[in-house]
Design a binder for this molecule. Structure first.
Ligand code: 9MR
Length: 342
């Protein structure tokens, strides 16, 4: 082959690999009236154009994977660093994507100045209020939803004892939602947790927590089911649906916020098919409950995923492979979205 036919072949195969505009996940999700999202790593976004292109083509909702976490955005008591978050907002707005703010009150990724600081209860309340209101005010009207609090329930369903609960007391969650609401009354405010997507003690604990917040009149509007799973421990779709329905009955919108399905490495065709089935089932649960407004994965391509680092020997958990090619899971999501259209 000469260079000309080689180039034509390359362009042609590239075009074949790309879904037509009407068939992208974001186009289908829009037609199905839900948001399809991904967590995004901003340093990678700034240096990998293929990654940026993939996100813009397939998703219409982005969650910063780390950029708005306390230690990143508020590294010293009197200094904030919004450079990564601002870059994300610019990218999202240029591509007509929504942004989900993640996360205002969490017990991880806290800076040393805070955890080593020996603050009184009142000082901690002041610090947290200022932190929340600085972030939410800065992006008022631009960040449509916030994960106000995450992972405040322990595995047995009881409140998790954390830096915040010890320092402020049990009402730190209610306060956080109220402070966020004061700063942006239009924003959708979410509680976000893992391991309570289907049935069981943790799911019941999360339900009790958010029900209590609702009864107190706390401005919470949504519950995030993170959905970090492996094939063997994925919840049953019927249980996820039932859980979403009981949350919806409280007046809360249940979203799938951080889905990935880790596979033992090296993976094979059968595992990738099973993974596709888990993705399909969870999306279908969301599509079956009108109040489920978004379905997000924790990353987009297997090239960049938290799984191999945190679970050695596991990986390939996302919708696109390391070369950004759609995997069986991608096609199963696409089919499920299509099938839901009238
Ligand atoms: O993907 C995130 C990873 O890059 C960070 O190092 C890690 C720190 O604990 O947090 C990961 O994201 C978590 C998210 O913020 C909250 N839910 C669980 C996610 C995976 O651990």
């Amino acid at each position: 082959m000469d260079w000309r036919s080689l180039a034509t072949a390359a362009i042609f195969s590239c075009a074949l690999a790309l879904p037509a505009a009407a068939e992208t996940l974001r186009a289908l999700a829009q037609a199905a009236n839900i948001r399809i999202g991904a967590a995004v790593d901003i340093p990678t976004l700034n240096k990998d154009p293929a990654y940026a292109q993939l996100l813009a083509r397939e998703f219409n909702l982005l969650t910063p994977e780390n950029a708005l976490k306390f230690s990143v955005v508020h590294p010293q008591r009197d200094r904030y660093d919004f450079s990564q978050a601002d870059a994300l907002l610019a990218f999202a707005e240029a591509h007509h994507m929504q942004v989900n703010g993640h996360v205002l009150v969490w017990h991880q990724q806290l800076p040393d100045w805070l955890t080593q600081g020996h603050f009184s209860r009142d000082e901690l309340k002041d610090i947290l209020r200022e932190h929340i209101q600085t972030l939410v005010t800065r992006y008022r009207g631009r960040i449509a939803s916030w994960d106000v609090a995450a992972e405040a329930v322990a595995e047995d369903g009881r409140p998790r004892e954390t830096f915040w609960s010890r320092g402020i007391g049990a009402d730190y969650l209610a306060l956080a939602f109220r402070w966020a609401h004061e700063a942006d009354p239009q924003a959708r405010l979410r509680y976000n947790d893992y391991g309570g997507e289907g049935g069981g003690a943790k799911s019941d604990g999360i339900y009790d927590l958010v029900a209590d917040l609702r009864w107190q009149g706390v401005p919470i509007s949504s519950v995030g089911l993170q959905m970090h799973v492996a094939i063997a421990d994925a919840p049953r779709a019927a249980d996820v649906r039932a859980n979403m329905q009981r949350l919806a009955a409280l007046g809360l919108e249940p979203d799938i916020t951080e889905m990935d399905v880790m596979l033992k490495q090296p993976s094979n065709a059968a595992a990738l098919r099973a993974q596709a089935g888990v993705y399909r089932d969870m999306l279908q649960a969301c599509l079956a409950v009108a109040q489920c407004r978004s379905f997000s994965t924790w990353g987009a391509t297997d090239r960049y995923s938290w799984i191999p680092e945190f679970f050695p020997g596991q990986g390939t958990a996302l919708l696109f492979d390391e070369e950004y090619r759609p995997k069986p899971a991608y096609y199963s999501i696409r089919r499920a979205l299509k099938a839901s259209l009238p």
